[in-house]
Design a protein around this ligand. Structure first.
Ligand code: FAD
Length: 413
């Protein structure tokens, strides 16, 4: 390929022959119908080869932007290339909101949905669970619309880009709301152990950040609809200034904290849209384990902290509510998400990832589809009751394997 294209982190150089940038759905349909191998690239924020292809890599970033709010203001239809960052402020201006966001708004909506991207919150499902319809260009170039409740829909939403090209999606909305962020320093293991449920449910969304240099959680980061009482939080002390998620990182690019109320879209992401969160000098892994075994899981991570801490920038601990999407990491399971931001050194990070997977093995972890993992595909398949049905669905939509790549071939077996 004359134009070298990498993912955001730069750890993946795509093998594509060329990059195509259609400017209309009709042009895209023609391109897909005539392509040998094809794959869509969203905003390229995944850390593995999920988006790769040896054929045409298609970017929908230049397609016409679509933001259509339904007359009853409960749904929004968006195009398949839009980023959350292009959408959130527009929704807020119209008095509506998404129920939750990921930690950064720079990712594309379709790309996030394809990998079951999530935020945090005991009662909040991941972003894919709020998709009510999908408009898809199939391998033969035909356009189909899949709606919630129809057979196969629950298998198509977290589709890993395997079923076709998403040209539009419809998402559930809630009324716009204000929210506040509070950050506390140093939550000890003993306090966390004694108060785990109260800590994790202490806000609309709760994230715990630690670099595992000790067993104390560095930061408890709460997003609350109402004001937090003054004083410590289960022994953790209110931060004396703004904090970034990574200890020692410049906090300028983090969304506003200190309990100052602000619109949902300016508080739910950890990072501001107008800043690039970092240079991309990182790798990420994440595992979903049963919420009911949260403390066991946190202690399992602590048991290998000497192996992971040297290459770890930060571990974020979150919760996600169960859903019914076949390949969602939260499929029929309220979950604890153990997210790891590593240093940008694959060779040094992989042994830590293996040690972590070993420590978590007894908790049947489901790895995040968009991040770095080393678990064998057969193990991953065994974690999803509907995996065989998903494989069937892929064959139905893409009988010749146009959207397949090495990553998917390995996973599907
Ligand atoms: C700094 C950073 C922070 C992150 N924070 C979070 C977080 O808070 N929570 C979380 O869960 N994850 C998080 N992630 C992971 C990220 O959300 C996922 O990797 C997500 O898939 C990235 O979206 P993308 O648009 O970059 O998708 P890409 O990486 O470009 O693509 C992902 C998949 O979607 C497919 N795809 C994209 N667009 C389409 C389309 N229109 N039609 C069909 N297939 C398509 C691609 O082919 C590929 O298979 C983070 C990643 C980074 C780099």
């Amino acid at each position: 390929m004359s134009e070298q294209v990498t993912n955001w982190a730069g750890n993946i150089v795509f093998a594509a022959e060329r990059v195509r940038r259609p400017s209309s759905v009709a042009e895209l349909q023609e391109l897909v119908a005539g392509a040998g191998r094809v794959r869509v690239l969203g905003s390229g924020h995944s850390f593995n080869r999920i988006a790769d292809t040896t054929g045409d890599l298609v970017s929908l970033a230049g397609m016409p932007r679509v933001i259509e709010i339904s007359p009853d203001r409960t749904q929004v239809r968006v195009d398949g290339g839009i980023r959350y960052g292009d959408l959130l402020a527009e929704l807020n201006a119209a008095g509506v909101a998404l129920h939750n966001t990921a930690s950064l708004p720079h990712i594309s909506v379709a790309g996030a949905i394809m990998t079951a991207t999530h935020g945090s919150g005991e009662s909040h499902q991941n972003l894919a669970a709020k998709v009510s319809s999908i408009e898809l260009v199939r391998a033969d170039g035909e356009r189909v619309v899949l709606r919630r409740g129809e057979p196969g829909f629950a298998g198509s939403v977290v589709g890993l880009g395997a079923l076709g090209v998403i040209t539009a999606l419809t998402l559930d909305l809630v009324p716009a709301f204000e929210i506040r962020q509070y950050v506390y320093d140093d939550l000890t293991r003993d306090s966390l152990g004694a108060n785990l449920d109260a800590v994790l449910s202490a806000g609309y969304s709760v994230s715990l950040f630690t670099n595992w240099r000790s067993t104390t959680i560095n930061l408890a980061w709460l997003k609350r609809l109402d004001e937090m009482p003054a004083g410590p939080f289960f022994g953790a002390v209110p931060a004396d200034g703004k904090r970034g998620p990574i200890p020692g990182m410049d906090p300028a690019n983090a969304t506003d904290q200190g309990g100052v109320p602000g619109p949902w879209h300016a508080r739910l992401p950890h990072f501001k849209l107008e800043f690039t969160p970092s240079s991309g000098a990182e790798l990420q892994s994440e595992y979903m384990v049963p919420r009911s075994r949260a403390l066991e899981a946190i202690d399992a991570v602590a048991s290998v902290r000497d192996k992971i801490a040297p290459v770890l920038q930060v571990n974020e601990i979150r919760t996600v509510a169960a859903d019914d999407l076949w390949l969602s990491m939260n499929y029929q399971q309220d979950s604890l998400g153990l997210h790891f931001t590593w240093v940008a050194d694959t060779a040094a990070v992989l042994p830590a990832v293996r040690a972590l997977e070993g420590a978590l093995a007894g908790l049947s972890p489901r790895p995040h589809w968009g991040k770095v993992f080393t678990m064998p595909a057969a193990t991953i398949r065994s974690r999803y009751d509907r995996f065989a049905d998903f494989t069937e669905l892929v064959r139905h939509y893409d009988p010749t394997g146009k959207f397949r790549n090495e990553w998917l071939d390995d996973l599907l077996g």
